[in-house]
Design a protein around this ligand. Sequence first.
Ligand code: ASP
Length: 287
Amino acid sequence: MDLVVGTWSFCFDAIREKQKLYRSQESCLGAVEKTINDIECNEKYGPCIVGRGGPPNSAGYREYDAAVMEGQTLKFGAVTALRGIPDAVSVARAVMERSPHSMLTGEGAGRFALEHGFRVDKTPCQSITENNPIGHDTLGLIAVGQHGGDIAVGVSTSGAPRKHPGRVGDSALPGGGLYANAHGGACCSGDGDEILKFCPSFHIVHLISQGKIPQDACEEVIRNIHSRNSDMEVAVIATDTKGNYGACSTVRSWRDPMTHKLYQGFPFVLWTKDMTCPEIKLAETVS
Ligand code: ASP
């Protein structure tokens, strides 16, 4: 792997732990899936905001949206409104590789997951109170293989807290919460009910395909969204297949749910093959 970029600082530990995997012969898709799955399911990475630690919907249970996409092949797999199975990114990969479909939703997604050996998680949901508001963020990861020969993007989220059962946000929609082609990849986090109207991930990758560097593409898309709706929170990361990356958001401040550190903007995590440890970076803010 040449480059791995992830949304929000809560993916730092998982990316640091996976450096050995990134230096091995693992595919980009495998790297993305294994890193996201660790954050969804492994206690060590904390009372996370996605997967097992995600916020419940208005009926008191978790519904997951997750997707993966490979840039070179345009292969795509997603699950939406998947109930009770926190390995949502792995189920999305299974949809891509072990079904003739691209996206499964709700009860059908759950049935597919059980048929393919995934287990329902019985961990009770935390209740959302004033003292325990529980955030809502999307874990998005982009991995670029050696010399850009391979690129994959993955996302996982529990969506907006107290969402209506069956509500699907931007995250698992191709072009909305993620996109990749042979030139680059992008993914985003934020107010999914608004974000999906702008297809930001497709827009960013389209600009990269036309020759823009990822940072300029991210800024152009966030500025465009902000000029149409200045109230919404949206954060994006992107890479091309040459080793360049970019990030931009409308986030003014954000507190990491694991370290409780307050960031004045959108923190994302960067790992390159020359680093001995990943770094947390603050994205450009448009406000
Ligand atoms: N975009 C996600 C959703 O609306 C949540 C988030 O990223 O905060 O489902």
